[in-house]
Design a protein around this ligand. Structure first.
Ligand code: HAM
Length: 423
């Protein structure tokens, strides 16, 4: 064995596909119910899109990006997330002049150079939604409800929602000043990264996974005590809508999320079904991002969920009915001439929506019948030289071994009837 997939990148194997398809189907059917249309952006962008959009001091940008120079000498980055790309596309195609509110969803691969572990990989897939053009708190609530609705429709019963508001930039400035004042004397208890963050981006200390840092932060000031009246009203209204919709949430004043563009509402969704630690979904409002990219001030809100984590959970909970890609009919042939007619018949069946297979491995009749059996063919047909001369074909019941002969002209309608009566 010479080649392996690169570390942290995984093949999605045929046996996992029913789960992936279930998630993708659910996303594609639920998003339009809430008015979201699909958008597909390229999997790479100029590095500045993420450096500016997500924030230079975030872990995602400073440590986790796959950045390289292309043959034209441009710095390119494989997208670590899709919000910055979507905002770039919104401005590039001047959607602000075409529609009052853009509601888009996406599905696709993202790349982050992280330490691979269960539910964390270097190429992973997200589904997500972005609504650009409204500051209305009902949209925050809708976004949250959409993200939990999707998980519930997939059969996850224990969905937990964590909620916070990180206010507007002014609120955050006031808060960060207090945070730094509180953290400065505790500096020695912080990890090296966080000591540096104290000068560059103190808010990121709240996301640090190091236990020592979390302990220090635990007793520190909370952002919700620094919200201006507008941000407080917005937060209260979001909570009001969530109550109205019957959505339970837990307030977590330390939830700030790892990306710099957030303002006001932030949220994460977990599943307690298997005591899973990591968030399935993360999102929030980002009212300043369009302006940061050179557009007019335009409020927006969105979320993204990780498909790998979701599939792991669905597999462990066996929440998706496993339907193997079954076989309707196997057509056994006995020589070159019958194979030629067989190819034509199989093609005709497939054109009629019937899953049909023929021998590609030069097997004997016995071998072909064994193959049909192993792959669970409902019907096996045998086309030998004698049948071909007489314009007939033999149908074999795989359970009883009974054989009947039908004319080649009636073959397709006979197969369709038999499959219909079995389903
Ligand atoms: P995020 O929290 O960085 O947010 O990622 C969202 C979700 O993607 C996570 O909750 C997790 O399920 C999944 N995820 C992230 N990294 C990995 C990884 N290395 N392996 C497997 N799954 C992973 C965002 O990306 C924002 N763009 C969400 C957003 C949209 N906010 C507003 N609009």
């Amino acid at each position: 064995m010479k080649y392996y997939a690169p570390k942290g990148l995984y093949d999605i194997k045929p046996e996992d596909m029913p789960y992936w398809h279930a998630v993708e189907r659910e996303v594609r059917s639920t998003m339009p119910l809430y008015g979201y249309e699909e958008i597909r952006t390229p999997i790479m962008e100029k590095t500045e899109v993420f450096a500016r959009g997500v924030g230079e001091e975030t872990d995602v940008v400073s440590k986790e990006m796959y950045t390289f120079e292309d043959k034209g000498g441009r710095s390119m980055t494989l997208r670590p997330e899709n919000t910055a790309s979507v905002v770039r596309a919104y401005l590039e195609h001047k959607f602000y002049g075409k529609e009052e509110l853009s509601k888009w969803y996406y599905l696709g691969p993202m790349f982050r150079y992280e330490s691979p572990q269960k539910g964390r990989s270097r190429q992973f897939h997200q589904y997500g939604a972005e609504a650009i053009g409204s500051s209305d708190p009902s949209l925050d609530a809708e976004m949250i409800s959409l993200s939990t609705d999707l998980l519930r429709s997939l059969g996850l019963e224990e969905v937990g929602l964590t909620l916070n508001s990180i206010g507007c930039p002014e609120d955050r400035n006031n808060y960060v000043n207090q945070l730094v004042e509180y953290l400065e004397p505790e500096k020695d208890r912080l990890c090296n990264d966080c000591r540096a963050r104290l000068d560059t981006n103190p808010l990121r200390i709240l996301d640090c996974k190091e236990e020592s840092c979390q302990k220090v932060v635990e007793n520190g000031p909370e952002i919700t005590d620094y919200l201006c009246s507008e941000c407080q009203d917005h937060f209260d209204t979001v909570k009001g809508y969530l109550n109205q919709l019957g959505l339970d949430y837990q307030l977590d004043p330390k939830l700030v999320r790892g990306l710099d563009y957030y303002t006001k509402t932030v949220f994460e969704v977990f599943s307690s079904d298997l005591g899973a630690q990591d968030a399935l979904v993360g999102g929030g409002r980002y009212d300043g991002l369009v302006e940061l990219f050179g557009g007019d001030p335009t409020p927006a809100v969105g979320f993204a969920g990780g498909i790998e984590r979701l599939v792991l959970l669905l597999e462990e909970l066996e929440r998706v009915e496993m339907k193997k890609n079954g076989l309707d009919i196997y057509l056994a042939t006995l020589d070159e001439e019958t194979k030629q007619t067989g190819m034509e018949l199989v093609q005709e069946l497939r054109n009629g929506g019937i899953r049909a297979e023929i021998d590609y491995l030069d097997k004997s009749l016995q071998g072909q019948l064994g193959y049909a059996d192993r792959y669970g063919a409902e019907i096996t047909a045998i086309l030998g030289p004698r049948e071909l001369t007489e314009g007939e074909i033999t149908l074999r019941d795989m359970e009883t071994g009974d054989q009947t002969t039908v004319s080649l002209d009636e073959f397709r309608s006979e197969i369709t009837n038999r499959l219909d009566s079995e389903s």
